[in-house]
Design a protein around this ligand. Structure first.
Ligand SMILES: Nc1ncnc2c1ncn2[C@@H]1O[C@H](COP(=O)(O)OP(=O)(O)O)[C@@H](O)[C@H]1O
Ligand SMILES: [Mg+2]
Length: 253
């Protein structure tokens, strides 16, 4: 059984076909890469398979569950969560509150529940806070947990984005360019964190341009060109494929 399977995914915006029969198969507990020239459709593909946008055609399965017409919240509850190329933190809120909110959004806290189950909510808050502290510690963000998120460095914002996704206890994380804008010294740290999470059983689908990071992390990569999957295989195999080189050199998008 695969963690995520998508087949025949097409998506047009105002007549422009951005995805054209794209597909992917992410086995459980693996780290899979998705690479391709700028504008190939990688972010759009993550958006569609995470259900932030509807596909025009195709189907999406989370384990054995057909999630093609489900909401992103339903997908997150099923265990698949994405991060965004541009982190979406709440700038004015503290790092800790950003983590807490990520979990609460999943639980779906409504005001009547707070009124009817005040004790349960307080207990839940303690569990969520403990989890947030544990993850901030793991990500090396404990020292800045009280800071407003907008004051973090680019790399720290990426770590927070990862932390917020982890608050929902996913079995598969979809990361959009997690290494973009991350200072070189922090790249190795982030690689190690992803390896560590993977050893604990979390799978990854990573869109990334940094080939050093892709080589260090991904057993297998998919290459997207003009909204379709051109080929897949080990990072070494695909980077030696003349069609892949041509797609990059030709700036094919
Ligand atoms: N919401 C949208 N409306 C119109 N065009 C879009 C939208 N989202 C993406 N596109 C277009 O789809 C193409 C692929 O974009 P994207 O998925 O961001 O590529 P990549 O992540 O591979 O660089 C681009 O030409 C982009 O302008
Ligand atoms: Mg992109």
């Amino acid at each position: 059984m695969s963690a995520l399977t998508a087949t025949g995914i097409s998506k047009s915006f105002e007549g422009l076909k951005v995805l054209d029969g794209a597909w992917i198969d992410v086995p459980e507990k693996q780290i899979i890469g998705l690479i391709g020239p700028n504008g190939a459709g990688k972010s759009t593909f993550l958006t569609v398979v995470s259900k932030f946008a509807e596909p025009d055609t195709g189907s999406i399965y989370c384990r054995d569950l057909d999630v093609t017409r489900r909401s992103p919240e339903a997908l997150a509850q099923a265990g698949i969560v994405r991060t965004f190329q541009i982190p979406r933190e709440f700038g004015e809120l503290s790092v800790l509150d950003n983590m807490m909110i990520a979990a609460k959004n999943q639980i779906g806290e409504s005001s009547w529940r707070v009124l009817v189950f005040p004790t349960r909510i307080a207990q839940q808050d303690r569990v969520i806070a403990a989890r947030a502290h544990e993850l901030l510690d793991f990500l090396g963000l404990s020292a800045v947990k009280g800071n407003a998120a907008k004051n973090l460095s680019g790399g720290q914002k990426k770590l927070l984005e990862l932390g917020r996704a982890l608050m929902t206890d996913p079995f598969l994380l979809l990361l959009d360019e997690p290494f973009a804008g991350v200072a070189p010294g922090l790249v190795d740290v982030l690689i190690e964190k992803i390896h560590d999470l993977n050893r604990r059983g979390i799978g990854f689908l990573i869109v990334e341009h940094n080939m050093e990071a892709v080589n260090a992390l991904c057993g297998s990569v998919y290459v997207m060109v003009r909204g379709s999957i051109l080929t897949d295989g080990t990072p070494q195999k695909v980077s030696n494929d003349p069609r892949v080189l041509e797609a990059y050199l030709g700036g094919a998008a």
